[in-house]
Design a protein around this ligand. Structure first.
Ligand SMILES: [Fe+2]
Length: 470
């Protein structure tokens, strides 16, 4: 058969479309499943063009003799200005065996088009192995090298402490800087790694993700609420001081809310359990008022509900305790330190500041500003800290007296204050470790009552190690 020259490009385009059914390949999410279950679940998501198609997802665990159908995929059409309308699919993978690997496959029109392995959430009595990093998708070579190193470490899940994509949390930026790197088909320092398809990412929002609410400027902003699927057990954000105002025409707001459904705005704060640990994920952006009694009640109740968890972790974007000259006055989360101490929180993970810092175990008493407020107009908090300088690195089971605050914001975006690493005179007294000359991520192993964290650089070197024992 002969084709005319004029028809050839059209035929090639059509063939390319047939070969590539996804706008974004499948990626795993925790879904609205905050608690461990005897039959675990995860949510598989993928994006396609606006062409209707019949999709099917199947799973195969150690208890399945053959492929078994997952929940029927449901799609949501995203139709915001400036972006071709597209479909975001979700399928719940059910009846997973806690802690075990399983396979899944995705079929379009009854033809399998994608297959991968993943692991169900660990039950309370199994060891666990995870990564924490923040400030990631800026499109830098180091972002891709870190993604590759993270994949080499084989984490079971990944916590992102905000600033998922730069610079404004837009759909276009997810497409350019997030999915191609963390769901790359090949693993290398230059490309990234196929992480998202087999490792659930769980994210707190940073300023670059959700602080821009101006749809008149960027109608494809706030993609966090469109592309993530996380527990919806956060506080209802209707307190008078908590502003979630969107700046946009009524149709633009309606288009966004229709695509985000009930995830906006509640999904920005939530909690979940993994193994014997409880995680509380907070939105630390300045539009949230953590002085608000209703929000504090939710936070205290959430932490109280985790009394029986062996480990309690909190993650949010803006660090309360930071020695970097960059963002030095963004201290407003410091005011929650007494709440964390009261609840027996072990470690607080943040980002925002693009380097690595570890505090001494500490307790903190905030003092009111002259006008009676706990947080100044610039974001500063006054107060007194008590530092546990005896703890060291937790050798021989040393018990920390207080909460350890980690800044792990060196996940890909341009580093801050490399000059401070060797100049300890610039560190505030609560800082025990400060590493700012290479990109890095936090790798944690928990086995029962033992916690061990290593900070790993993009070259694979461990530049900090510490342990906690209960
Ligand atoms: Fe930030």
């Amino acid at each position: 058969m002969r084709f005319s020259r004029a028809l050839l490009p059209l035929i090639l385009t059509t063939c390319a479309f047939a070969a590539e059914p996804f706008l974004q390949k499948p990626y795993l999410q925790l879904g609205d499943a905050p608690k461990l279950a005897a039959a675990e679940s995860l949510v598989l998501m993928w994006h396609t063009t606006d062409q209707p198609a019949s999709w099917k997802v199947e799973v195969r665990t150690s208890k399945d003799r053959a492929w078994r159908a997952a929940a029927v995929p449901v799609s949501r059409r995203v139709n915001v200005e400036g972006i071709e309308p597209h479909l975001v699919y979700r399928a719940k993978l059910t009846a997973l065996v806690p802690g075990e690997e399983f396979r899944y496959r995705v079929s379009r029109a009854d033809s399998p088009v994608f297959e991968s392995t993943a692991r169900a959430r660990r039950p309370v009595d199994q060891p666990q192995h995870f990564v924490v990093f923040g400030d990631i998708a800026q499109g830098t070579p180091s972002q891709r090298a870190i993604a590759h190193q993270v994949a080499e470490a084989k984490p079971e899940f990944i916590v992102v402490t905000g600033d998922v994509v730069y610079g404004s949390g837009r759909i276009s930026e997810y497409r350019e800087r997030f999915f191609p790197v963390y769901n790359a088909d090949t693993a290398s320092r230059e490309t990234g790694a196929p992480l998202l398809r087999s490792v659930p990412f769980i994210a707190a929002p940073g300023n670059h993700d959700t602080a821009l609410r101006n749809f008149e400027r960027f109608p494809d902003a706030l993609a966090y609420f469109l592309y993530w699927d996380q527990p919806l057990n956060g506080p209802r954000l209707n307190a008078p001081k908590t502003s979630h105002t969107l700046t946009a025409t009524a149709p633009a707001q309606a288009a966004f809310k229709d695509a985000a459904q009930n995830r906006y705005p509640v999904m920005a704060n939530f909690s979940f359990d993994y193994g014997n640990a409880h995680w509380t994920m907070l939105d630390s952006n300045p539009y949230m008022d953590w002085n608000d009694p209703a929000l504090l009640r939710w936070l205290k109740a959430d932490l109280e509900s985790a009394r029986n968890s062996t480990w309690r972790f909190v993650a949010f974007h803006h660090p309360g305790f930071n020695s970097s000259k960059s963002h030095l006055s963004d201290q407003w989360m410091r005011r929650l330190a007494p709440v964390f101490e009261q609840a027996g929180v072990d470690v607080v993970f943040s980002g925002h500041v693009h380097n690595y810092q570890r505090s001494f175990p500490l307790t903190y008493v905030p003092k009111p500003q002259p006008d009676g407020a706990l947080v100044s107009a610039r974001g500063e908090v006054a107060g007194d800290w008590t530092l546990d300088r005896e703890f060291g690195n937790g050798e021989e089971g040393a018990k920390p007296k207080g909460v350890i605050y980690i800044v792990t914001g060196a996940g890909g975006a341009g580093l801050y204050n490399p000059e401070q690493q060797t100049d300890q005179t610039t560190w505030l007294p609560f800082t025990q470790k400060f590493f700012s000359v290479r990109h890095s991520f936090s790798l944690v192993d928990i086995d029962g009552r033992k916690f061990r964290m290593k900070q790993i650089t993009e070259d694979g070197a461990a530049i900090d190690v510490f342990s906690l024992t209960k």
